[in-house]
Design a protein around this ligand. Structure first.
Ligand SMILES: Cc1ncc(C[n+]2csc(CCOP(=O)(O)OP(=O)(O)O)c2C)c(N)n1
Ligand SMILES: [Mg+2]
Length: 755
């Protein structure tokens, strides 16, 4: 049907547009067809009516014009995004059949789904909102101009990043935890009969992150757990330029354990509607993972910048365009006698002008105009409210019900090591926050590798404290999803090295949600990670990882790392309060080597055992611990194991060298408290940074930068940091990690050279 004039026209949006008009003009005239009542049922199995068809078609058309206009906007430098839904408009049926409260994490080509979802809430102006998003306007109601995303608070569609498949683990998490919330009496933003929807492309289905989500859902269903999750694969047979093998999606998902598989033709509204209806109904009633395989076609290339002719012949491009679902929908409507061709064209042109109006408005709508505006929602912090929340005291009876009697209250027990205190701190947090849930590998019966979670599962039940499958992406995705449905998750990562394995769930997903949703969606959590090195004679690199670059790299992520048990409890209280009040995500890095440490200077001195802090005590974000405060010969800036080693070094410096060094436990590695660092550095004008992290990517780098930028040459600084290497097994580990004697020597030399 492509006219010869269209060959070699690189502007395929124009071609597809003209094709549609020509095609409809060529359809049989209204006089020759019967007319139907809008209430007529067209398909008895699904209940699809003529009215459904008309509205579905209107949604398809609106999205098509948005796609065409996005390219015009780009050409005028008024728009900044051109990935289209063109050819995928059949997904409108899923938008129509699902409910507004069916939490949806969607693909960038799910525009027609979104158009249909928008019908379910009168306060949403779909066209204007999409145009504002293309234009990256600060008025874009979902991201505030930070990205072109599909999303809406009112429509329960959180925005997704461009990282394909990264939204699937959280979809699994939301679907798995929604039923748990009901059992626990946790208030959820969506009703209990909601389902969770996620959509993605065929190529994305191969991604490790997608596969891990399929596996987690499959495994849960296999264990007879409810997982009301609809996976919608929009299969256009290609990923950018790479073809998906014929029937690959069907072959690999049709018989996946625990999945119900449905196939629909997204190029045919009746077939797609029927399949979607079955899929959604099955998912809703059976509470089981459903895989809806929707056939689509990709029109207009991968994005506006994609020269499709590099990998497709003109013939192939035209053959795809001939499959345009809008042609099929128009023909269906006319053939069924639902509307006339001229009415089809009217609908088409009305949509064009609505979109053009939205585009005109968006072109001049305000943009993000300052750094403050850009970052205003990245890391919200309300210190006063957080402090009050952290110090909020739980009713005595509630604690008594868990701890038993006065003597068993943790604050009435003798001083103990960090693992024991964190454990008790977690008991208190699970009492304080009924919506808190703790999960990870081995955390339940075993109580974690280091017994930090001992007794929690028994006390609070396996609905709240549970083991996950062995997969960090699943653990963190579960946390994000659980947060979306109202939980306050405390996921545990067994070792820092295994955070790296799954970091995109924090860096790309959890960390970015408030930013890309203009703080309308939040996924608060406190991610506990057993980390750092110095485990004597055990572990090698994988249990002694000291690289926090991957955490420091996440914008807005709070990094907390205690050096002693009482601090740990007080800092955890603040992290939970920041999650609760400001929706924040924290990484709580617990130094494994100090978990069981009781003594500081000599055997049985118990100087590293601490009393459990009473309710109402917390350590605010940024507050440091200062030891030997009056000391003015040198300032040691450090954290975690560094504090322990530095205190021992300071004793030796005093006793053997007459040097008085103060030791500053920074506790919070992101954001760094610059004011405090400067103050403490100025107190002696000689600074030793003890960073057990790696020289590259460790926090020492940032401290050096702060000191240099803020103090110039006024202050003498030396840095001790770990060697840029993986950590070897056994005693060789000490060759590459900062040692107590390094601190003594460096501080002594610094004082001697700058006396
Ligand atoms: C993790 C990741 N790797 C690579 C990309 C770049 N990329 C964007 S879309 C895409 C192809 C996706 O194909 P498919 O899942 O079939 O979706 P389609 O675009 O065909 O709808 C690729 C490789 C990305 N966004 N994320
Ligand atoms: Mg594809």
């Amino acid at each position: 049907m492509t006219k010869p004039r269209h060959r070699f026209n690189l502007n395929r949006a124009q071609v597809v547009d003209e094709n549609f008009i020509d095609f409809v003009k060529g359809l049989a005239s209204p006089a020759s067809i019967q007319t139907r009542a809008i209430t007529d049922i067209i398909d008895h199995e699904s209940g699809l009516t003529a009215a459904d068809l008309v509205e579905l078609f209107e949604s398809q058309v609106i999205v098509r014009h948005q796609d065409i206009e996005s390219r015009n906007m780009r050409a005028r430098n008024e728009g900044f995004y051109t990935i289209a839904s063109a050819g995928h408009e059949g997904n409108a049926v899923v938008g129509r059949i699902t409910r507004r409260t069916d939490l949806a994490f969607i693909h960038y080509r799910s525009g027609a789904f979104m158009a249909e979802r928008s019908r379910k809430f009168s306060g949403v102006d779909f066209v204007k909102d999409t145009m504002l998003s293309f234009a990256a306007s600060a008025e874009d109601p979902i991201s505030g101009g930070r990205h072109k995303v599909w999303g809406s608070k009112a429509l329960f569609v959180p925005p997704q990043t461009s990282t394909i498949a990264s939204h699937l683990p959280k979809a699994v998490g939301a679907a798995m935890t929604l039923p748990r919330a009901a059992r626990l009496g946790i208030q959820t933003p969506i009703p209990q009969d909601a389902i969770v929807v996620c959509s993605f492309g065929d190529a994305s289905a191969n991604h490790a992150t997608a596969q891990t989500a399929f596996n987690a859902a499959s495994n849960a269903a296999y264990r007879h757990l409810p997982v009301p999750l609809l996976f919608m694969c929009e299969d256009n047979g290609i990923g950018i330029s790479v073809q998906t093998a014929a029937n690959w999606i069907e072959a690999s998902f049709r018989d996946r354990v625990g999945f119900r598989y449905f196939r629909g033709d997204g190029l045919d509204l009746i077939d797609a509607f029927r399949a979607a209806k079955r899929a959604v109904d099955t998912c809703r009633t059976e509470r089981t993972p459903v895989f809806l395989h929707l056939r689509t076609v990709r029109l207009l290339g991968h994005a506006g910048s994609d020269a499709e002719t590099e990998y497709h012949s003109w013939g192939e491009i035209e053959a795809n365009e001939a499959k345009d679902p809008l042609l099929a929908s128009a023909k269906l409507l006319v053939d069924l006698g639902v509307v006339s061709p001229s009415r089809v064209l009217e609908i088409y042109e009305t949509a064009r002008s609505r979109v053009a109006g939205g585009s005109r408005y968006a072109a001049t709508a305000p943009k993000l105009a300052s750094v403050d505006q850009v970052v205003s929602v990245l890391a919200p912090h309300s210190p006063q409210a957080v402090l009050e929340e952290a110090d909020r005291i739980v009713a005595r009876e509630q604690r008594m019900a868990v701890f038993g009697d006065e003597g068993h209250l943790p604050e009435n027990k003798p001083p103990r090591h960090m693992a024991a205190l964190i454990n008790q701190g977690l008991f208190d947090l699970l009492i304080k926050y009924p919506e808190a849930t703790l999960f990870g590998e081995d955390v339940a019966k075993k109580g974690g590798v280091y017994h930090v979670t001992t007794g929690l599962a028994k006390q609070f039940g396996l609905a709240r404290v549970f083991n996950t499958i062995l997969d960090e992406t699943t653990i963190l995705g579960l946390a994000v999803g659980a947060a979306h449905v109202g939980f306050l998750p405390i996921p545990e990562i067994q070792y820092l090295a295994y955070y790296h394995n799954a970091q995109d769930q924090i860096r790309g997903e959890a960390g970015s949600l408030q930013f890309f949703s203009n703080d309308q969606f939040r996924n608060p959590m406190v991610m506990r990670i057993a980390g750092w090195a110095y485990q004597k004679g055990f572990g090698g690199h994988f249990h002694n990882d000291n690289s926090i670059a991957a955490l420091r790299d996440v914008p807005g992520l709070i990094i907390a790392t205690p050096s002693r048990g009482d601090d740990a409890v007080k800092m955890m209280r603040t992290c939970m309060a920041m999650a609760k009040i400001d929706g924040r995500v924290s990484a709580f890095v617990e130094p494994i080597a100090l978990y069981m440490t009781k003594d500081l200077f000599s055997n049985k001195d118990h100087q590293w055992s601490f009393a459990y802090p009473a309710q109402g005590e917390s350590i605010p974000l940024g507050e440091a611990g200062i030891y030997n405060e009056g000391a003015s010969d040198a300032t040691i800036l450090t954290f975690a194991n560094g504090v322990y080693m530095s205190l021992r070094a300071a004793k030796e410096l005093r006793e053997k060298h007459g040097i008085e060094a103060r030791v500053v436990d920074l506790r919070w590695l992101n954001p760094l408290n610059e004011t405090l660092i400067i103050e403490q550095a100025r107190a002696s004008e000689r600074v030793v940074i003890v960073d057990e992290g790696r020289k590259t990517g460790g926090v020492g780098e940032a401290i050096l930068a702060i000191l240099y930028e803020r103090c110039g040459g006024d202050i003498s600084v030396k840095r001790i940091a770990a060697v840029d290497t993986y950590i070897p097994l056994g005693d060789a580990a000490n060759l590459v990690l900062p040692q107590e004697q390094d601190i003594v020597r460096t501080t002594r030399d610094l004082c001697r050279d700058n006396s």
